[in-house]
Ligand binder design. Sequence first.
Ligand code: NOJ
Ligand code: CA
Length: 714
Amino acid sequence: MRIRLIFMLLALGALCSSQAQTLRAHSPGNQMKLQVSIDAVGTPSYRVDFKGKAVILPSGLGLRTKQGELTSQFRVVGVDSTAADETWKPVWGEVREIRNNYRQLTVHLEQKMKDPVRMDIIFRVFDDGIGFRYSFPSQPNLQHFIVTGEASAFRMAGDHKAFWIPGDYETNEYPYTTSTLSSLSVTKVSKSNEIYARFIADSSSVQTPLMMKSNDGLYINLHEAALVNYPAMQLHLDKSTLTFSSALVPDAVGNMAYVQTPFATPWRTIIVAESAAGILASKIILNLNEPCKIPETSWIKPQKMVGVWWELHVGKSSWDYANASDVGANPDWSKVKPHGHHGATTANTKRYIDFAAAHGIEGVLVEGWNVGWEDWFGKWKEDVFDFVTPYPDFDVQELHRYAASKGVKLIMHHETSASVTNYERRMDDAYRFMKTNGYDAVKTGYVGYIIPRGEHHDGQWMVNHYNRVAAKTAEYQIMVDMHEPTRPTGMHRTYPNWLASEATRGNEFNGWSVGNAPEHETILPFTRVMGGPVDYTPGIFQIKLDKYGKKGFGPHTTLTKQMALYVTLYSPLQMAADLPENYEAHMDAFQFIKDVAVDWDDSRYIEAEPGDYLTIARKAKGKDSWFIGSITDENKRTSVVPLSFLDAGKTYLATIYRDGAAAHWDRNPMEYIIERFAVTGKSILKTPVVEGGGYAVSLVPATPEMLKGVKKYK
Ligand code: NOJ
Ligand code: CA
């Protein structure tokens, strides 16, 4: 990165005074303003304004350590101001090029005491937000140290509307609550039907990305970037002052982080925009991450997958091969009596391979292929899975041959049962086994309480594990999709083999719990997906699960809303999650899932309001085709999309997949209409969207041949 040094001034005499000092910086376009103050007792604080409106009122900064407080008694010993304006190309992404344009202010602080500690606070001021981090140069008085807390605060300028989930150390698989800050109140949700471990900090801590909307029309998002060697930051709200403070996830003994200088914390991010669309367009989180560490990336492939997966969740088949009572300790698997409804059989996997091959889907995920599934869930056992021993009815070599003959790649599944020491011990063998057998992508998972006991999914120990998995899979040229990790912070810039994470309440909750409300997917892009791609597993076509004897279960969406999610929920790895037979019943609609891209040159956020609706148009990478996805919450609406992003002078064939006139997410979710029109950049699509509905559009430059018999859009 090229950073231009603008100035380095301020006479040391002035710097060392015990007078309060104020430093200022503004963004390249001058709309974002930062003020940093060090008061007379040496306490640093900052304030942020956007276009003359207060975003963050004066708020504290600093860290707490076992060795002492790093929150006051500071003096400024130097100030650097630099700037950067560069453009870089992500390996894959929502856009082809990303501009990183900011002013940086580094405040070098030293404590006013014998054996002083030095701490730098680095601020980057962008036109759409701010990032700041603490950086500790190597120094004699601070080498190894233990972080016991962080004093970063975010004092909000009003009683904003917030979209939040509880500050749970183990999981983010919650529905969002929308409330004002003053009425924010976290209660434990019922565990019934929900399989994940929970550990809720207190009644006023929430997770990031936290999305807010102010009464004076600002959209504000708080999160973090580049979470490395540090726990996730949650936010604790003091309602009397509307101030959030950083609440780090502790380890087993209550410490937050063990670090060694030189060291820098993750960036704290404050993204601000006058429209909800502006939040989605922000690239601050990616820009604050380190560039790609993988020298050669041609093996990294954005892709779609199908898999032996939803049939397990709806109970058509099972992960396990036999009943636990028929297995026993150290079984001879060739003698174990199967229960007869195992999902990951060679024959069933071939069925998915055939379906993928027939429809141009690159990957086939198979869960339940390896021994251990019959007796693990909720047991907190140390050594359940070895990741290299298939069940007797899953023929690894034959499937390797068969998939290769059909041009399809199998995707490995590693459910670790959260026994992470076990996984760490076995992962080299597991990745070698994958490569030998033709797998170059793995879906990992961390269901349950972490082993070692007392560690949390969002603590430093696990953060280091997720990052280690990203780095190690990259060494083996393996792509990775993590389920149940901490929520992403833009690390996929550094490790683009880390295609996606779940880290949210995915579509699967519609299979076996109260499910996700119709508004859920309108909130996710502003919260969970701010940090990185989501493996939400969209594309359920058989909406009501009565077919599987699961009355009352199924997505709270229409069928065409499931299609829209391929565009509105960004990921370079998208699952066509339903069963082949459910797609075969709706091949006309499945065409969209076949066609939709997973890597993009451009993305336009056309209609957006968190909790209400979202419409995004994206241009396929290296192609002239565009795709639109539009979703609504429980309210119907009309979506209006000017197609002005299309190339002027070209005519496109638009295929619109929309809700049927009588469709409704609950009463009639599977009625849909497919229409074809000739459109140009001057056309304005006006599309009705029913309650809990959505629509998808593909737009392809058309030859006269393609437009035969096709009407112009009016
Ligand atoms: C939870 C994951 O989200 C899901 O995709 C997976 O099937 C189960 N764990 C079993 O590993
Ligand atoms: Ca709503």
